[in-house]
Write a protein that binds this ligand. Structure first.
Ligand SMILES: O=c1ccn([C@@H]2O[C@H](COP(=O)(O)O)[C@@H](O)[C@H]2O)c(=O)[nH]1
Length: 272
């Protein structure tokens, strides 16, 4: 999916919501455990109930990889089930020497038909470029993450007097374009989002950290939105585990609707 189609979807649904499919066997309603594929059965209901609000789905591959071959199968089935006009993100945080990255890219873009994959920039240009070689696919580069540990390296001042995350963004901008690269910017760092937006006015940001991690959606929109929206805001646990019993799908829908209603207002206010 290209940038134009993504913005068209955002406009059509008045939403920039990404639903995170962090599906955990220990957290899904008990009645699903007797299903042949409980993970897929859960995801299917979540997708059915949030499809009117979601412009993207983001399975975090850790939740699937941890289950071995069965988990990979659930991931494949989930990806196949997501309608093709909705953006898909493999949150896999990959990146390695060039030939290895090339095979990661093949796995997520050819074996599976994800629109995008999250990539860690730490190993530099040759670890990222192989992902960018795939047409109509996106790299979502970790820039300023939502976790505590983002202080450890990302905020360190370099010899140029800039925080390390800024160096990552400035350098990596030359590797890709706003049409094939996005950045991960955590919602928990409201004021910093404005700094990142200044550095990359046209790129989309994938913003995790609202909901369970407590980031503010209003701040994200205020500091991060551009004339193409430029934001995919993710919520995983806050939506998918909103309900604990047979009605979990409905509970997820209610949470997704709450976020979409807020997003509609924010689009009117800041998408200029
Ligand atoms: O900086 C980052 C990068 C990725 N994530 C991932 O996003 C979701 C967030 O889940 P919630 O339940 O909405 O907190 C999860 O898959 C993380 O691994 C992130 O949180 N921060």
């Amino acid at each position: 999916m290209d940038k134009k189609a993504l913005f068209a979807k955002i406009s059509q649904k008045s939403s920039f919501l990404c639903v995170g499919l962090d599906t955990d066997l220990t957290k899904i309603p008990e009645h699903l455990l007797k299903e042949k594929d409980p993970i897929f059965a859960f995801n299917k209901q979540i997708i059915d109930n949030t499809i009117d609000q979601a412009v993207a789905y983001k399975p975090n591959t850790a939740f699937y990889e941890a289950l071995g071959p069965k988990g990979w199968e659930s991931l494949h089935k989930t990806l196949e089930y997501i309608p093709k006009d909705v953006f898909t993100i493999a949150d896999a945080k990959r990146g390695d020497i060039g030939n290895t990255s090339g095979l990661y890219a093949k796995a997520f873009f050819e074996m599976m038909d994800f629109d995008s994959v999250t990539v860690a920039p730490y190993m530099g240009i040759d670890s990222v470029k192989p992902f960018l070689a795939f047409e109509d696919k996106w790299v979502i580069l970790l820039a300023l993450t939502s976790n505590e540990g983002s202080q450890d390296f990302q905020m360190l001042e370099t010899k140029n007097g800039k925080p390390f995350f800024q160096e990552v963004i400035e350098k990596s901008q030359k590797w890709g374009t706003p049409d094939n690269m996005m950045y991960v910017v955590g919602a928990t760092r409201g004021e910093k989002i404005a700094e990142v937006r200044k550095l990359v006015p046209d790129h989309f940001f994938l913003v995790p950290g609202v909901g369970a991690q407590g980031g503010s959606l209003e701040e994200v929109a205020k500091f991060g939105m551009n004339s193409n929206c430029g934001l995919l805001v993710n919520s995983s646990r806050g939506i998918i585990y909103a309900g604990k019993d047979k009605d979990f799908g409905k509970a997820a829908k209610t949470e997704a609707q709450k976020l979409q209603t807020e997003m509609e207002i924010l689009l009117d206010k800041y998408c200029k």
